[in-house]
Design a protein around this ligand. Structure first.
Ligand code: SIN
Ligand code: MN
Length: 280
């Protein structure tokens, strides 16, 4: 599927682009059947809220064949190649972000690229993420929210967090409701005064392409409906993270299969969703 020139312009202007109806209900059901088979014993790549609910599952393609199928879909790859203006893309990060009905947690206002630049040593922001909505998603479910045009000025100053010091900060502060790199409140206020806050909402199977520097965040989900998503981040193969040896973040966070992605032509029905492929 090719994006139109007006969709490409909209992405570059606003820092995100919503495309409805990219996946069918049957395809989403195939993905959900796979999620149902996740072994949820405690393991590092499964991040939980304080109440025990699953917040994120990293590298779901290592466990569930349907998620291996998903990130290789031509309808995601072609638009990503268009938006990044590069034919050679690979999978940089992949996660399921869940917000359970009544219990879903927050994401503070942040940009993604600081984590990838500072922690992983990625030099350029020539990357993008794709969020797939796994159910109809409306305002009350804690959808992702964007500040349009905020991606244009690079990495913004961080909000000071006195409680996060060299001694207390850890990997969790890139994954939980207390992020180490958040955008300074005054900057958010100024941007929203000039622009607005726009929700990433839509029907099941909607896809949102978003820039690594766009300011985004989300509220808690106290609605009686889940807000589950898959978030796939692609990078271009000329922009690899540094190899910092023992300081590298775990492979399930910064994926290190740098082969450019070939489209998977199979249909969801052809995907055998038997046992997990591997577990990390
Ligand atoms: C969310 O799941 O609402 C936040 C996702 C993100 O920050 O990329
Ligand atoms: Mn983010």
């Amino acid at each position: 599927m090719k994006l139109t020139t007006s969709q490409i312009n909209e992405y570059h202007e606003n820092g995100y682009l919503i495309v409805n109806g990219l996946f069918t209900e049957e395809e989403i059901q195939g993905l959900k059947d796979g999620i149902g088979k996740i072994d949820d014993r405690p393991m590092p790549s499964i991040i939980r809220e304080e109440n025990g609910a699953i917040r994120s599952v990293f590298a779901p393609h290592h466990r569930i064949e349907a998620f291996d199928w998903l990130y290789k879909q031509e309808r995601l790859i072609t638009p990503t190649q268009q938006l990044l203006n590069d034919p050679s893309i690979y999978l940089y990060q992949y996660k399921l972000n869940n917000k359970k009905a009544f219990d879903g947690g927050i994401w503070e206002w942040h940009q993604d690229y600081p984590f990838w630049h500072i922690d992983d040593g990625v030099k350029e922001s020539q990357m993008l993420s794709v969020m797939l909505l796994l159910q109809d998603t409306d305002h009350a479910q804690g959808p992702l929210m964007f500040i349009p045009k905020s991606h244009k000025t690079g990495i913004a100053e961080f909000q000071p967090k006195a409680h996060l010091t060299a001694d207390t900060i850890d990997l969790e502060n890139s994954l939980n409701g207390d992020l180490k790199f958040t955008v300074k409140n005054e900057i958010i206020k100024n941007m929203v005064d000039q622009a607005s806050i726009q929700p990433g909402i839509g029907s099941i199977g909607t896809v949102i392409f978003f820039h690594p520097n766009v300011y985004h965040g989300s509220n808690a989900n106290i609605s009686p409906y889940d807000r589950n998503t898959a978030i796939i981040t692609y990078n271009v193969t000329s922009n690899l993270p540094e190899d910092r040896k023992e300081k590298n973040r775990p492979d399930y966070i910064c994926l290190r299969d740098f082969n450019s992605i070939e489209a998977d032509q199979r249909s969801i029905q052809e995907i055998a969703q038997s046992e997990p492929v591997s577990v990390s």
